[in-house]
Design a protein around this ligand. Structure first.
Ligand SMILES: Cc1cc2nc3c(=O)[nH]c(=O)nc-3n(C[C@H](O)[C@H](O)[C@H](O)COP(=O)(O)OP(=O)(O)OC[C@H]3O[C@@H](n4cnc5c(N)ncnc54)[C@H](O)[C@@H]3O)c2cc1C
Length: 417
């Protein structure tokens, strides 16, 4: 690729945030180039639990988390793991995480999370209709289950805030849970499920359908690692890839957990690290339709999600950075517990997978123009809610690219917050 192409917008990174954004911008009439070193949506955006979790209103850091931390880390099969090797590098992130966990902050962050998630299902369904993948969306909700009244009561704050923010939900007793999901073990006392919550049967295929629609609407894809982003004084930015140079009037950074270098270069001061998460695909003796919706086991901190290839168990916040080897034994150790929750699951996984959540200390993504160059727009750091918030993020980015005022308070997501 020796010649230089000029686009209205270059979108760097073709995970779910990048593909949804590229599609949205193309629909708005922009000439868009999407760039990734890999095929679209084969990384972190491929292996998540597939939940459009509009009702998940709590940031990760809460005062309660600190109290339960020793127990969480010391249980024989913890869902949280911190690598001693990565700890020194992550210390500043953890310090900011501690600050963001103060009660006053938690309420503010919870409102900002909700503002970005609310209406996300509608935004996704619009994109899905255009991309012809609406049949992958299941409107059956996301069930959060509890093994005791005490653990249910411990999450009262979340439901209180959901009500305050206008998010409705249903609560269920043990009999209701058996009616909803008869294949679960009969050990759950309580559950709840937020309205306007849904799931997809394969997040990679949804992202790739968005990508195909982007191409069909005139978008262009370059498969190349980005090596440099030049802050030019001319009217165009130049992007260096290993295969050449691309010019664009505006550039959107959707590199997920890999956004740090370019984000720092262009003035983002929000710390970014990764919470690594794993999945195991498990066969079930009753086939793939053994659950009607993803189920979160609150007392165990993992999800069992039905997918088009089997039950996907997702677990983990492993704080070990981007380079450490995968520890698949960690998730394998949780399979016996998963089999107790959903009897009939196979003891051995058909596939194991590791993904990198792009995580900020305050559980909010960075969305908005770079403080150093307003032609660069950030859209990364969606942590546990990247699939959920991608379609709304795409809409926000469209506002920024078009220099329109988004009709919501965007200060919580600012790069220099
Ligand atoms: C186990 C697990 C379960 C989850 N469950 C859910 C869920 O149920 N619901 C939900 O909403 N979210 C969930 N998430 C979170 C969600 O998956 C992420 O937030 C989301 O995938 C992040 O998307 P992204 O597009 O920002 O990043 P990515 O998907 O990581 O995309 C970034 C892209 O940038 C590319 N890239 C990086 N560096 C370069 C370079 N130098 N040059 C070119 N390209 C580059 C990468 O190849 C990649 O394609 C889960 C995450 C995990 C790990």
């Amino acid at each position: 690729m020796a010649e230089k192409f000029t686009y209205d917008v270059a979108v760097l990174g073709a995970g779910i945030v990048g593909t949804a954004t590229a599609l949205r911008l193309t629909l708005s009439g922009y000439k868009v180039c999407l760039i990734d070193k890999d095929e679209p949506c084969v990384g972190t955006s491929s292996g998540n639990a597939g939940v459009i979790a509009s009702g998940s209103v709590m940031p990760l850091g809460t005062p309660g988390l600190w109290k339960s931390l020793p127990k969480m880390l010391l249980t024989p099969t913890p869902a949280l793991k911190i690598s001693p090797l990565h700890l020194p590098k992550m210390a500043p992130w953890l310090l900011d995480f501690a600050k963001a966990s103060r009660p006053k902050e938690v309420k503010r962050l919870s409102k900002a999370i909700t503002a970005l998630s609310q209406g996300s299902l509608d935004e996704h369904l619009q994109l899905a209709d255009i991309a012809g993948c609406r049949d992958r969306f299941r409107m059956t909700g996301y069930l959060k289950t509890f093994e005791s009244q005490k653990s249910f009561d411990a999450t009262a704050q979340e439901r209180e805030w959901m009500t305050e923010y206008g998010l409705s939900y249903d609560t269920y007793n043990a009999n209701d849970i058996r009616d909803l999901e008869p294949n679960l073990a009969p050990i759950f006392t309580n559950a709840y499920s937020a309205h306007d919550t849904a799931s997809v049967d394969n997040p990679m295929k949804v992202g790739q359908a968005y990508f195909q629609a982007f191409l069909e609407h005139g978008g262009r894809f370059e498969k190349a690692p980005i090596t440099n982003l030049l802050n030019q004084k001319s009217s165009h930015l130049e992007l260096k890839t290993t295969t050449g140079t691309i010019q664009a009037k505006k550039t959107v950074i959707t590199l997920g957990a890999f956004s740090s270098t370019v984000a720092k270069k262009f003035g983002a001061n929000v710390k970014l690290d990764t919470e690594r998460g794993y999945h195991a695909v498990l066969a079930h003796e009753k086939g793939i339709e053994v659950l009607s919706r993803p189920v979160f086991f609150s007392d165990r901190s993992f999800v069992l999600a039905p997918t088009d290839e089997g039950v996907r168990m997702t677990i983990g916040a492993e704080l070990a950075g981007l380079k450490a080897e995968a520890d698949y034994d960690w998730i394998k150790n949780h399979i016996p517990t998963a089999r107790r929750m959903l009897p009939g699951l196979a003891p051995h996984p058909e596939r194991l997978w590791l993904g990198y959540r792009p995580s900020t200390p305050d559980s909010l993504p960075v969305i908005g123009p770079s403080p150093k160059d307003s032609r660069i727009i950030f859209a990364y750091g969606h942590a546990h809610l990247g699939l959920t918030q991608s379609a709304n993020t795409a809409r926000l980015v469209d506002h920024f690219v078009s220099d329109r005022n988004p009709n919501m308070d965007i200060t919580p997501y600012a790069a220099d917050r």
